[in-house]
Design a protein. Structure first.
Length: 131
């Protein structure tokens, strides 16, 4: 079952100043999930990205982006730069980084998932620092 626009307004409130564009979108009011398809672009709290599709769980704000994903995030979001790839989780950020400060990490992959504080990239992963 799909709910109408008022529930999408609740999701938009969670973006608080962010932007999201897509060719199409739908909202499942029962499951609390929004699905966006086709040329999806988003910006939020110094983070930005693009993908072919994006799914957001309204209750948890977990998200999954698929299809030629590019994610841009402030270097400060990774607590000092690129991860060490040791398997140990990074320390949690104290505050969200300010937009437009410092260098930016650019990550590209086939799939990106943000869940419970973890960022997971899979499929042809490329990560670089962009000054």
């Amino acid at each position: 079952r799909t709910e109408a626009a008022p529930s999408l307004g609740t999701l938009a409130d969670k973006l608080r100043g962010g932007k999201l564009r897509a060719d199409s979108g739908r909202y499942d009011g029962v499951g609390g999930t929004a699905q966006f398809d086709g040329g999806v672009d988003w910006e939020y709290a110094g983070y930005s990205g693009r993908s072919d599709a994006l799914s957001i769980e309204q209750r948890t704000t977990n998200l999954v982006a698929t299809g030629d994903v590019e994610l841009r995030l402030p270097r400060a979001a990774l607590a000092g730069g690129l991860p060490s790839f040791t398997g140990a989780p990074p320390p949690p950020a104290k505050t969200p980084p300010a937009a437009g400060t410092g260098s930016v990490i650019v990550a590209r992959a086939a799939r990106f998932e943000s869940k419970d504080g973890w960022l997971t990239l899979t499929g042809k992963v490329r990560v670089a620092e962009d000054a």
